[in-house]
Ligand binder design. Structure first.
Ligand code: FAD
Length: 465
């Protein structure tokens, strides 16, 4: 029987990174993937959504280009070409991962992996057993799946998951999105830019319920201005076939309502996918949030680790999976690396983008901090004005007593790139005073972050008293 020092089950960002790191540390490594290398992120998640977001953003920008002195008569788009480009980008990135694994001499098995005991792994292809291998240590990186709603009409044609929505061949005329979370709002932004009439149905009082409440409140009217109809405190009751398309039954504060749509996207969250592992017989503890792990990413069975969406770490994000994959692989090789979750950046690729790291204002208050909050609007930032993207602001939350930055929230242009300054600040317990003392280049968007720090430490420069 073939023997491996490390077996990784699942080839998404958590799994392939763990395999690469394990191999780099000299471990004989096998990676098992039943679908496509790169997992949800590369094939059905981060990458395809961002290809569409990018094309949508470009289209929107060119539409507004006359303000910049550029003529754009006859502007149009081909959704099939955008989809072709999406495939091209995905194929390239997946081939890149394949090449990295080959280069690192990781054995890749295309098929299903199931742990029979903590040291015996069964490998199957097309439901037929291919072989068993013995393993010393295991990293489970089997990811997550969409949550399905137990309601009428979920199987009707035109009622889609995000995976299916990303492969649409045409832009829907009337799109109803159930769930105003990250995926729902990104899809709303994309399809509204391509001309869909979009309605978002959200059960809670606000969209993006996990982000800082003020930032969610500021983003909502900006999205409404783009034509997105946002219905909060609204509950989906079921979907029926209507006279022309689908009839979406919802309950609002005012009673029952029917919304017509040709396409409905169900986007109400994701749950861990245990990948067919018999966790009970292996003795691995888990709950509905995922496999329980300690700070070393090790499960309740020594030698078996879990990373990414399947681990109960709370953040279903690709960069978290990647980071945890590195930590788990290093611990398999004998290190004592620890996962810290205080400074996890999270980016929402709406238009404008919303990115955050650390505590929200609500969380910080609940934890008992007295706060000093610095804000700076992009309307007062030269670069944002030049770009014609002055919507949004930077908000820094600091501990009043020590000045330590607890959270940074950025709504505005390139927020997903700007947030990393906040991540470095939160991770290293930097004070607002320290940040205000650092020279920021001009003219740039990151001057808005500096001004928000100045608003806490001294006073902002470019705000008229
Ligand atoms: P996955 O990427 O899900 O990989 C798990 C892999 O394991 C899968 O390929 C699966 O086939 C395989 N597998 C499962 N069981 C077995 C088995 N028994 N044998 C063999 N293989 C198995 N995150 C971000 O950070 N930024 C974004 O912009 C972003 N956008 C997203 C957009 C969408 C529409 C979605 C759905 C998700 C998005 N995410 C984003 C989340 C991100 O995709 C996930 O957090 C990330 O993919 C998790 O990585 P993972 O390695 O844990 O799992």
């Amino acid at each position: 029987m073939e023997h491996y020092q490390l077996a990784v089950i699942g080839g998404g960002p958590g799994g392939y990174t763990a395999a690469l790191r394990g191999s780099a540390l000299g471990l004989k490594t096998i990676l098992v993937e039943r679908d496509a290398l790169g997992g949800t992120c590369l094939n059905y998640g981060c990458i395809p959504t961002k290809v569409l977001t990018n094309s949508a953003g470009l289209f929107k920008k060119i539409k507004g280009a006359e303000d910049f002195g550029i003529e754009t008569q006859g502007l149009s788009f081909s959704f099939s070409k955008i989809q072709e480009r999406k495939k091209y980008v995905i194929d390239n990135l997946v081939q890149g991962v394949d090449g990295l694994l080959k280069g690192a001499k990781v054995d890749v098995f295309s098929g299903e992996g199931r742990l029979i005991t903590p040291t015996k792994l069964e490998l199957k292809r097309d439901s037929a057993e291919v072989k068993e291998v013995s393993v010393e240590k295991v990293i489970l990186a089997t990811g997550s799946q969409e949550v399905k709603l137990p309601l009428e009409g979920m199987d009707l044609p035109g009622v889609l998951t995000s995976k299916e929505a990303l492969s649409l061949e045409e832009v829907p005329k009337n799109l109803t999105i159930i769930g105003g979370g990250v995926i729902g709002m990104e899809m709303a932004s994309v399809f509204a830019s391509f001309g869909s009439s979009v309605t978002v149905v959200e059960l809670l009082p606000r969209i993006l319920p996990t982000v800082d409440a003020e930032m969610s409140r500021r983003l909502t009217p900006l999205l409404r201005k783009q034509g997105i109809n946002i219905m909060t405190k609204t509950k989906l009751e079921g979907i029926k076939e209507g006279e022309s398309g689908l009839s979406v039954q919802v309950t609002t504060g005012k009673g029952e309502e029917r919304l017509s749509a040709d396409t409905v996207l169900i986007s109400v969250g994701r749950r861990p996918d245990f990948g067919g592992q018999d966790l009970d017989s292996l003795g691995i503890e888990y709950d509905k949030t995922g496999i329980k792990v300690n700070e070393n990413m090790e499960t309740t069975v020594p030698g078996i680790y879990a990373v990414g969406d399947v681990a109960s770490s709370g953040h279903l994000l690709a960069h978290v999976a990647t980071h945890q994959g590195v930590i788990a692989a290093e611990n398999v090789a004998g290190a004592n690396e620890v996962y810290k979750e205080e400074a996890v950046p999270a980016c929402i690729f709406t238009s404008p983008e919303l990115a955050s790291v650390g505590l929200t204002e609500e969380d910080a208050k609940e934890k008992g901090y007295k706060l000093k909050i610095g804000k700076f609007p992009f309307t007062a930032n030269g670069k944002a004005f030049i770009q014609g993207e002055s919507e949004g602001s930077v908000k820094i939350i600091a501990d009043e007593e020590k000045g330590t930055i607890l959270g940074v929230h950025i709504l505005g242009p390139h927020a997903s790139d700007l947030i990393q300054e906040g991540t470095v600040a939160v991770a290293n317990k930097v004070t607002a005073h320290n940040l205000a003392d650092i020279i920021h280049p001009h003219p740039t968007l990151c001057e808005a972050t500096w001004e928000a720090a100045m608003a806490i430490s001294k006073s902002p420069i470019h705000i008229r008293k």
